[in-house]
Design a protein around this ligand. Sequence first.
Ligand SMILES: Cc1ncc(COP(=O)(O)O)c(C=O)c1O
Ligand SMILES: N[C@@H](CCCC[NH3+])C(=O)O
Length: 391
Amino acid sequence: MAVQTPFYYYDLALLENTLQALNDAIPSSKFKVHYAVKANAEDRILQTIQRYGLGADCVSGNEITKSIACGFNPSEIVLAGVGKSDAELHTAISNGIHSINCESIEELEVINEIAEQNNRVANISFRINPNVDAKTHHKITTGLSENKFGIPISEVSRAIAEIRKMEFLSLSGIHFHIGSQILSMDPFIKLCNQVNTLLDEIEGEGIQLDHINVGGGLGIDYLNPDQNPIPDFEKYFAVFHEHLNVRDGQTVHFELGRSVVAQCGSLITKVLYVKKGATKNFAIVDAGMTELIRPALYDSYHEMENITADSLLGTDNYSVVGPICESSDVFGELEMPITKRGDLIKIKSAGAYGQVLSSNYNLRDSAKAYYSDKNELTSWVGSEKKETSLT
Ligand SMILES: Cc1ncc(COP(=O)(O)O)c(C=O)c1O
Ligand SMILES: N[C@@H](CCCC[NH3+])C(=O)O
């Protein structure tokens, strides 16, 4: 079978185990998880997640349309985004999604107009910027005052005054998202404390909210993906169960992306050349920042493994680089079994913010996705090389 490298490989059994672990860890019937579609929007991934009862957190009109096509009920879809276009708002409102996370007072008037055109009342959550430091990479921090996201806490009263004037809007919740790849629970505890104070204030204005959306952000173990394939959902949910003062009748929404899908995906790439450089060996592979941009964008670490090398031949150090015409097109440096042209390298933890962030820069072809429940691929790897497992 002709299989073109590079390709994404998704372990659906691991995805299902992760979803089961997530559901088992939910401590309260008031908790509802919406999967952040931006992390991976492959049909089969979305369909699997939908089967486990999660809702969808979208950031574009196309994500809403795709989520509905993959089986999500519009009443379990939320939309966020600092710059929603009129067309995207039409998509959200005409489909009757659960709520729109409004990120500025300026946006309210536009949403109100579009709701009126659709002759519907739109449920609004205020996305509030809590100025909580997520203590993660600065490029994926979203809840600090300097970030573009959300309404500043100091503006909440004004936002309430404005929404009261809008005939086609109903304030049903508040929303937060402080950042991504968060491993310490401290920022989430700080967030809970901020939310509690704000809930008191909002209730002081005579408003009862039906949901509190605390966003996503739970991190994964990029350093030990094989040992820790499933994040500690129990510890994460316990923080909110313990620290959030949820009122009777209120639900708590979560928007988890990375923690659901990162570990089930890998990028499989073939070694084109092993080149002896002046100071190091380069393993030049056929995947690049076009298939996985995280190392180039955030200097992020992804574990790699030569899955076809003969381990008896010894090891050497390699800088694994892609073919793209950019010096940042580097996946990392590591010691691997002696590597040669034609070997396959598995770049792990690529299921989140991998394929969705791919591009055709340098006019490259788009890499395809394969899934573990089709054994065509395992036999392909086996016939190309020696018997090896992708999982
Ligand atoms: C508003 C919002 N919700 C949810 C997520 C998902 O975050 P994560 O993949 O870290 O769980 C993001 C991305 O950071 C986001 O911007
Ligand atoms: N793209 C980022 C996460 C951003 C999340 C979206 N707000 C990453 O790969 O880590």
